[in-house]
Design a protein around this ligand. Sequence first.
Ligand SMILES: [Cu+2]
Length: 219
Amino acid sequence: MSPRAQHRPAPAIIASGCTAPAAAGRHTPGPRRAAGRLLGTGLVGLALIATACGDDDSATVTTVAETPATSAATGPTVTVRAVDFAFQDLPTAVTAGTRFTLDNTAATEMHEMVAIPIAADETRPIGELVRDDLEALLTSAPPAFVVLAPPGEADPITAVGDGVLTSPGRYALVCMIPTGVDPGVYLDAAAASNGGPPQVEGGPPHVAHGMFAEITVTG
Ligand SMILES: [Cu+2]
């Protein structure tokens, strides 16, 4: 298994059965109805969690530790806690160069944190973006990073980027792991997909249950 396998957020939607299977390999979100079905499965959760996830004024920053010598980043590290189904301990803003890692405290669910830059002229809050324009959000820009965190493992897997946000602006943080997927099966599928969508069975992606947030990076 190669945990470094390419991982892209949109294919998880495809793999979850939320849309018709698309041709393998690319970051295409599938038919428009994908979002409708996705949100249909998670509408209540979205409504509830949008509040909880949006501006967490109780969030704390876990400071840190030196970054590896191989990275140019020199900022602090924020450890985000993944639970079913939310990101916790997430500050509302960080300085450029901050590194993110993910601590999955769930019992069985795999989680991930996909960071997607939000266009500068986009002013809607993350809850509204996810509800109304998830497909567009997922395909609007390549992820700045993707960190995968299997349950019960101390070290997350940085699948895309190095976990560092270097450019100021707003970022969407979403988890696209299909609900109920076996972590080992998912990682094996990701390793075998050669950069395409992991071919795994599962329920709606966790974002449909409210596993999303936004963060602002300041210069
Ligand atoms: Cu998740």
